[in-house]
Design a protein. Structure first.
Length: 79
């Protein structure tokens, strides 16, 4: 299983265990061309060492309407 798939599974597990999810307030979607962007709070960015171009696994939990963005630790396994 690739690093991206493992990251998606960890995020999906957190959705199942909602006590593991920490709310970080509200945000707004920003649009650029055909892409939509959301905000990652600086505390999370800093904790994961995220910077411009950092790989993220993207998942979607249809039942809850939850969009999952999970840092991928191994760049070779990025989607």
């Amino acid at each position: 299983m690739s690093g991206a798939m493992k990251a998606q599974r960890r995020a999906a597990q957190a959705v199942v265990d909602d006590e593991a999810v920490t709310p970080f307030g509200a945000g707004n979607v920003q649009m650029h061309n055909e892409s939509a962007y959301g905000v990652i709070p600086s505390e999370i960015r800093d904790a994961h060492g995220l910077e411009q171009g950092s790989p993220l696994a993207v998942g979607y939990h249809a039942e809850s309407g939850t969009i999952l963005l999970t840092p991928v630790e191994d760049e070779a396994d990025a989607p």
